[in-house]
Design a protein around this ligand. Structure first.
Ligand code: NAP
Length: 493
């Protein structure tokens, strides 16, 4: 029996849409995109907290083949990103493939029929020749298991489930977490609530954000002469590559670059916070890049406000009306914001159950062996399966680099499948092992292993202490490898 679809893609965010565009370009138009939410856009549909914006300038944080000359600012807001996602879906006619509210249970490879069967909660299963999971890196929210959290009588809001109808004015609020999300949210919260207590377990490196509105004449120039926007993208990307990729991956060789990035962040803090004790608390004691740094101009000054309190003592318990810390203090609060991030290693890799050839369970196999994926996209014993949110796939630069590299890889691979008149592909054990060895060796030079990361509590590290997310190559190399990986890395049948 032939499968119902050429391909099923799980996730209608930028990753899933990029994959669909690539498949269409190959002439595979019988696609189903399954999305658990009620609309497209992934992160940019789900996240709606105040202050939401990109923290990678928009010229870089967008598809290179679909530039948007009309970004209103250097760092676009969340709603603008959602509009851009809608525009891409319309322009590339992707909505016709999307089914919303479809919570995928898992995918099972059927060796006889040579197809995937994908189960969907409360709906009929579907079959497909190819299965692609584009479930994002940050799609499984983490809610901390703090004693007493269930007894809290006030309002609890996780940043991924923002309640727009909840009035913050006059509130005594607490926020747990000081990651990139909190850095955007805290200044906005502080403006609205009466009192804000920020519970920081680990400080974050924050560098200045060079942000401004993009004047209309410049937008017009980008529209009329697209090479000007491409040039702006190239300059911004080069700066980010030095700071977010080279300084992190080549820590052994380029420690100075890393020290310089940290020095910029320290100067930024010094310029914005006078109180030395407050500065000490806000200064990370781990190296720059161990966990993802961020950019902000209004985060540090927020702590100078009289209604904002930084609490660094460990949270002991939550009571019905407040939070008690190890120093014996209790903050009475009626609103608790959880900016506590995501659970990558327990629930994201993979986000759904994937059963490959001979019953190999991807999640179990990754946990019992090591997290691994050839070129960050395919795994042995998982024929016709591409995993887009994978170990060793993430370009430290921008998620769009990851997406476009994967689009190139999948096009080259599926073209070869077609050229050979085959119906299945499967990465070889050897190619996969070689890639894992290479990434492991290269990461040996990175800040993760050469630097001081012990106290960073970074989600880049998995439960075995391996920093197994970043693809340890430059952006240019990642693109080149996607265009030139040996086709013999796969078996075709
Ligand atoms: P995150 O970086 O994982 O931060 C979670 C925060 O919650 C950390 O400060 C963590 O402290 C704290 N936390 C978690 N459990 C806790 C507990 N039980 N007790 C006390 N504190 C606890 O998550 P995020 O801020 O949502 O950011 C995730 C990623 O999203 C970022 O790294 C970035 O890649 C992305 N992001 C991007 C943008 C953008 O504009 N592009 C914006 C926002 C976020 P510890 O550090 O001590 O664990």
């Amino acid at each position: 029996m032939s499968p119902q679809y050429d391909a099923v893609i799980v996730g209608a965010g930028f990753g899933g849409m990029g994959a669909a565009i690539a498949l269409k370009q190959l002439g595979l138009g019988n696609i189903l995109i399954l999305e658990r939410e009620d609309d497209l856009g992934g992160t940019w549909h789900v996240n709606r907290y105040p202050g939401l914006a990109v923290d990678i300038a928009s010229v870089t944080y967008s598809y290179s083949f679909e530039p948007n000359p009309h970004w209103s600012r250097l760092f676009a807001s969340g709603p603008e990103l959602k509009q851009y996602a809608d525009h891409v879906a319309d322009k590339y006619e992707l909505r016709q493939y999307m089914r919303f509210g479809a919570v995928v249970g898992g995918g099972v490879w059927d060796s006889e029929a040579r197809q995937w069967t994908v189960s969907i909660a409360g709906q009929e299963s579907v079959t497909a020749r190819y299965l692609l999971t584009a479930t994002g890196f940050l799609s499984q929210p983490h809610t901390p298991d703090i004693p007493g959290i269930d007894t809290f009588k006030g309002k609890i809001i996780h940043t991924t489930a923002w309640d727009d109808s909840y009035d913050l004015s006059g509130r005594k609020a607490a926020i747990i977490g000081t990651g990139a999300t909190a850095v955007q949210l805290i200044p906005k919260l502080a403006q609205q609530v009466d009192e804000l207590t920020v519970y920081q377990r680990t400080p974050i490196w924050v560098t200045p954000k060079v942000d401004a509105p993009i004047p209309r004449p410049v937008q017009g120039l980008f529209a009329r002469l697209p090479f000007t926007q491409r040039a702006a993208r190239a300059v911004n990307t080069a700066i980010l590559e030095a700071m977010m990729v080279s300084a992190v991956l080549h820590f052994r060789q380029a420690r100075l670059l890393n020290t310089a990035a940290a020095a910029v962040a320290k100067l930024h803090l010094r310029a914005q916070v006078r109180d030395p004790e407050l500065r000490r608390k806000l200064t990370p004691d781990y190296d720059f890049g161990c966990k993802r740094p961020t950019f902000s101009n209004d985060y540090f000054p927020t702590f100078n406000k009289p209604n904002v309190h930084l609490q660094t003592s460990t949270i002991e318990r939550i009571e019905s009306d407040g939070i008690v810390t190890a120093d014996g203090r209790k903050a009475n609060v009626d609103t608790l914001v959880l900016a506590t991030g995501f659970n990558l290693w327990d629930f994201n890799f993979p986000a759904i159950e994937i059963i490959g050839r001979e019953g190999r369970n991807l999640g179990k196999w990754w946990r019992e062996n090591r997290f691994q994926a050839f070129e960050g996209i395919s795994v042995p014993q998982f024929p016709n399966y591409l995993t887009l949110a994978s170990p060793y796939s993430y370009s430290g630069l921008s998620y769009f680099t990851t997406i476009e590299v994967q689009m190139k890889h999948l096009k080259r691979l599926l073209n070869e499948v077609k050229r050979r008149g085959a119906t299945t592909f499967e990465v070889t054990e050897e190619a996969n092992a070689e890639y894992l060895d290479r990434m492991t060796e290269k990461l040996g030079d990175s800040v993760f292993y050469q630097g001081n990361c012990q106290t960073s509590r970074s989600y880049y590290f998995n439960q075995h202490g391996e920093a197994a997310i970043l693809r340890a190559t430059s952006t240019i190399t990642a693109h080149r490898e996607a265009e030139r990986f040996p086709l013999e890395s796969y078996n075709y049948a």
